[in-house]
Design a protein around this ligand. Sequence first.
Ligand code: A2P
Length: 280
Amino acid sequence: MNQLTYQLNNGNHIPRLGFGTWESLEEEGYNAVSTALETGYRHIDTAAAYKNEIVVGRAIKDSGVPREEIFLTTKLWNSERGYDKTLAAFQNALVNLGTDYLDLYLIHWPANKKQYDNWKEINADTWRAFEKLFQEGKIKNIGVSNFLPHHLEALMETAKILPCINQIEHHPGYMQQKTVDFCKNHDILVEAWSPLGRGNVLKNETITGIAEKYGKTPAQICIRWNLQLDLLPLPKSVTPERIKSNFEVFDFEISEADMERISSLPEIGFTGLNPDEVDF
Ligand code: A2P
């Protein structure tokens, strides 16, 4: 396996490994994205909620890497759901990022039934705006994040275009197997946010033992494990050596037995963010 791409259900391609930017703010965020692009990452993941779209856009511009060589994702925040508000939020994202198109726009979290009786309608209205922007060519790919199977099923009742991606929390010790299986059955690529469990998985003895065996870091094992499951990991770091080493995951293979050992770990590192329960 090398740093190639996955093909999405709309025929487009996406680099297999992305760079996460949650909590990477201001100068630190700028430097992290700059280092990632120097290292060779060509897929950058941000969100309106991360409050770093401006520095991410600036780092991309200053990198000298042509815009069309970079796959850029951002996400619609929860306060901007609905048809008209989504269209306005999208324009704002373009201005912040200093670009005239997005490679991928995601609904960051589904409206859920804990907060809204009409959650289905809210998600459907938001999605209609996504479809319009996709049809106009302003967003190359449209998807969702943190959608559980019942959120996807509801969306599919009215969607004209199927989401091509669902970005969910996924790392050793938190696999969300039902959601992953649902997405695979519908040809929706799963992206893994916090593939390192926000760093909390890296001290697990099974992970450190396997890392030692392969002469790799625990983070490289978590990233590679996601790739071998045909998922798309988005590791986040602001530390130059980690940004670089997290990218060196295409020169080794985890055996089937070790994949199984990692997949069998009990729950570790779950953030506690259940899309049906969150109240933001
Ligand atoms: P930092 O940004 O200070 O380098 P996740 O991507 O699962 O959300 O994990 C991100 C967390 O893991 C951050 O705290 C990040 O720290 C840390 N991290 C990222 N890469 C590594 C690595 N190779 N080794 C140890 N910790 C890492």
